[in-house]
Design a protein around this ligand. Structure first.
Ligand code: ADP
Length: 472
């Protein structure tokens, strides 16, 4: 029999530990701004790596993003490869220059088999290159390569990389459940170029782009007010347009505009977060303990798993679903964020849909009372995640505004948002927006527009490949 008091006790403590009232949000936003500054001062100065993207610090210029110039004259066929988490995406774009802009795009998504996430570097990159080769072979009427040219690719790689130029970068470490051997410490562009050669694919990488940076570049192509991009998918990251003179660690800059995109790698942020014993246990058992704490609190890979851990505890100590503890409920990552999202959508009084998700994914039978508790747990974890993500965004905006008054809040400012979690989880999105509103107040939040830039990173990467074409 259920021990209602034990279950209630766990729930009450969870809600208390996860609470994000305004003072906590404010503290997190301030800490984000401080940690950004520390990371810009010198490498290793903070949890935030604040990686220079080399976008707009180049002689060739990427002026299509209009940091300085106003040229959008890229033409021709360009490819993009987006290696994120659960899948990779290949894309081709026919660019028509300033007048016609994007003439045609075509894309394809390929799931990454679980076993490749722990394979060798060669195995992973060969798999990707062979998917790319198949995509290239497909005929498409509107896509044509200029004669005598090798195909060019923008490579979106959303893991922490120490970028050494626009077309090279060393992998620092894998995140999001990847543990591929042999890649950390290596140039991921060389890994991909070599794999393409092994697959007989006549293509070269012209730009290595982080996914947040790609999203910013893609969104900025259409809207000059885009200053920040945030990804909330399996993992999370954010980047923004920084003034080069606000980057002490930057040696020299060729940036004509005086600005460059900085990739915060904010998933590694950890200051002042309201964490619970469940977070700590999940972290300790993860493949990267002590790392990516913000990511583990707010991103799609982990929200479902935190909920599962709470439900397991409620079953162990309070028999939430009766006395037996099914194996599924004990299996890490059996309950995933899309499942808690679909439970969250429930509107019927007996919570039947919640019951069937619990039955199918966690192997438990539930009555209405148990389902109500499950919904409270989901809401608590998702609310904390969304609100903390919102506080992080405000931290970035405030850092930018403090450096130059009026730069952000004196005009319309757009935050380009993308990622499966943001896109598909309405409650999460709402909590995020609420937190931004609460922190900024009604007047300033009118100026800040959060815009969904769907799949902007692919086009952004292709645009950056064009801007950095070897044939320019
Ligand atoms: P990536 O895996 O490359 O980050 P996406 O940006 O598409 O790719 O994000 C996928 C992630 O989005 C999933 O891992 C999951 O956490 C989250 N997600 C996908 N669909 C849903 C959904 N219906 N509800 C909530 N979260 C979802």
């Amino acid at each position: 029999v259920r021990s209602a008091s034990a279950v209630t006790q766990i729930l009450t403590k969870l809600q208390k530990d996860c609470a994000t009232p305004l003072p906590i949000l404010r503290h997190v936003a301030d800490a984000m701004a401080n940690d950004m500054r520390a990371g810009l001062a010198f490498d290793g100065g903070s949890d935030l790596k604040m990686i220079l993207s080399y976008v707009d610090s180049l002689r060739t210029g990427v002026d299509f993003v209009r940091f300085g110039g106003d040229e959008r004259d890229e033409k021709g066929l360009f490819y993009a490869l987006d290696l994120r988490g659960t899948n990779f995406r290949v894309l081709r774009v026919q660019l028509g220059g300033q007048e016609r802009r994007v003439i045609a795009t075509e894309s394809e998504q390929v799931p990454i088999p679980q076993e490749l996430m722990c394979a060798t570097s060669e195995e992973l990159f060969d798999f990707i290159a062979s998917g790319l080769a198949k995509f290239v072979e497909k005929k498409g009427g509107e896509f044509c390569l200029l004669p005598g040219r090798k195909r060019e690719l923008g490579f979106t790689f959303s893991f922490p990389v120490k970028q050494t130029s626009i077309d090279s970068g060393i992998l620092i470490n894998w995140t999001k459940g990847f543990a591929v051997s042999g890649t950390p410490g290596r140039d991921v562009v060389a890994c991909l170029n070599e794999a393409m050669r092994r697959q007989g694919l006549d293509m070269q990488v012209s730009a290595l782009v982080n996914d947040a940076v790609g999203t910013l570049a893609g969104a900025r192509y259409w809207d000059d007010d885009v200053m920040v991009a945030v990804i909330l998918g399996t993992g999370t990251n954010a980047c923004y347009v920084e003034r080069t003179d606000a980057i002490p660690k930057m040696a020299a800059s060729n940036s004509q505009s005086g600005t460059t995109i900085v990739n915060t790698e904010w998933g590694a942020f950890s200051t002042g977060l309201p964490l619970t014993e469940f977070d700590e246990e999940m972290d300790a058992e993860s493949i990267n303990p002590g790392e990516q704490i913000f990511e583990k609190t707010i991103s799609g890979m982990y929200l479902g798993e935190i909920v599962r851990r709470v439900l397991l505890r409620m079953t162990e100590t309070g028999s939430l679903f009766g006395s037996s503890i099914p194996e599924k409920l004990q299996t890490p990552f059996s309950l995933r964020t899309p499942h808690i999202c679909s439970m969250h959508q429930e509107r019927s009084s007996d919570l039947e849909a919640v019951g069937s998700v619990l039955y199918n994914e966690a192997g438990v039978d539930s009555d209405t009372e148990a389902r109500e508790i499950v919904l409270e747990v989901c809401d608590t974890i998702v609310k904390r995640g969304g609100r903390l993500a919102g506080a992080g965004i405000v931290g970035i905006l405030e850092k930018m505004e403090e450096d130059t008054k009026g730069r952000i809040f004196g005009k319309r400012t757009v935050v380009a948002m993308d990622g499966g979690l943001y896109e598909n989880y309405p409650e999460y999105r709402k909590y995020l927006q609420d937190a931004v509103m609460e922190l900024l107040g009604p007047e300033l939040s009118e100026k800040v527009v959060m815009e969904h830039s769907k799949d902007g990173s692919g086009i952004g990467a292709a645009l950056l490949a064009a801007a950095n074409s070897k044939y320019r």
